[in-house]
Design a protein around this ligand. Structure first.
Ligand code: NAP
Length: 233
């Protein structure tokens, strides 16, 4: 049975991914900053024996290294990685602080890079490995100007950078048979997406899982929405 690693699994899309994959009887490793405070994950673990909760702060390389070193030392195979942890600042060019800009890039881009790089040792053992970088249509350079949502400049830059990470990692990891794609979950009712968002979190995640189930190897290096359609870079 497939084993999936999910970063940022304490709440929102990450927690719902854990729930739905466990509902399919799959094995899940959930990475979160504070396992002791991850009430939703603990509740899931009480129902599903196939959930392991591990400490992972994507801002800290030592935390990422330790997490995957432990998994690697016990010979773990990871078939799917949802590089999902993320933060947002909705402020625009004139308002966003330099510190906030750095923080957003640190978590959304550097954090995703660290998780991707340190997970490779476990993903190499899979015969059909996929890394899903959780991006956003707000990271599409081509779609800029076509959305009602303005601002969020740091977030948009971080997701555009994440998309380049997808493209380049897909090339760099091709020899190991590891596929890398960017996904956009749509606008989702989570702490990040807010109450007015289009999708309930369960609906978005169900759609994402359907999309990932159908992705074939010739889609390696692509950018896909929750509707399965390709998103322009
Ligand atoms: N919601 C949307 O409409 C939407 C749209 C497009 C893309 N996305 C993307 O989807 C992903 C999940 O978003 P969401 O809506 O579920 O957001 P959310 O409800 O705010 O949850 C974010 C998750 O990321 C974790 N996280 C943040 N910083 C972290 C760090 N340094 N290390 C480890 N975990 C960290 C949080 O953990 P803590 O509980 O410890 O804070 C939380 O589990 C993000 O990458 C986001 O950009 C969301």
């Amino acid at each position: 049975m497939k084993k999936t690693f999910i970063s940022g699994a304490s709440r929102g899309i990450g927690l719902e991914l854990c729930k739905q994959l466990l509902g399919r009887n799959e094995n899940v490793i959930a990475g979160c900053r504070n396992p002791d405070e991850a009430i939703g994950l603990t509740a899931l673990q009480n129902i599903h024996g196939k959930l392991e909760i591990v400490q992972l702060n994507v801002d800290e390389e030592e935390s990422v290294r330790k997490c995957f070193d432990r998994l690697n030392e016990r010979g773990e195979t990871i078939d799917r990685l949802y590089n999902n942890a993320g933060i947002i600042d909705w402020k625009d060019l004139s308002e966003v602080s330099a510190d906030s800009f750095s923080n957003i890039l640190q978590t959304n881009l550097r954090g995703a890079f660290l998780v991707l790089r340190h997970s490779v040792c476990c993903m190499k053992r899979s015969h059909n490995a996929w890394i899903y970088n959780m991006s956003s249509r707000l990271g599409s350079i081509e779609l800029r100007g076509n959305t009602q949502l303005g601002g969020a400049i740091a977030y948009q830059c971080s997701k555009a950078g994440l998309n380049m990470l997808t493209k380049q990692a897909a090339i760099d990891l091709a020899d190991f048979g590891i596929n890398v794609v960017s996904l956009s979950p749509g606008w989702v009712k989570t702490e990040m997406g807010g109450e007015d968002a289009k999708y309930e979190v369960a609906d978005s995640v169900a759609k994402l899982i359907t999309v990932t189930d159908q992705l074939a190897r010739d889609k390696n290096g692509g950018f896909f929405g929750e509707d399965g359609g390709e998103i322009p870079w």
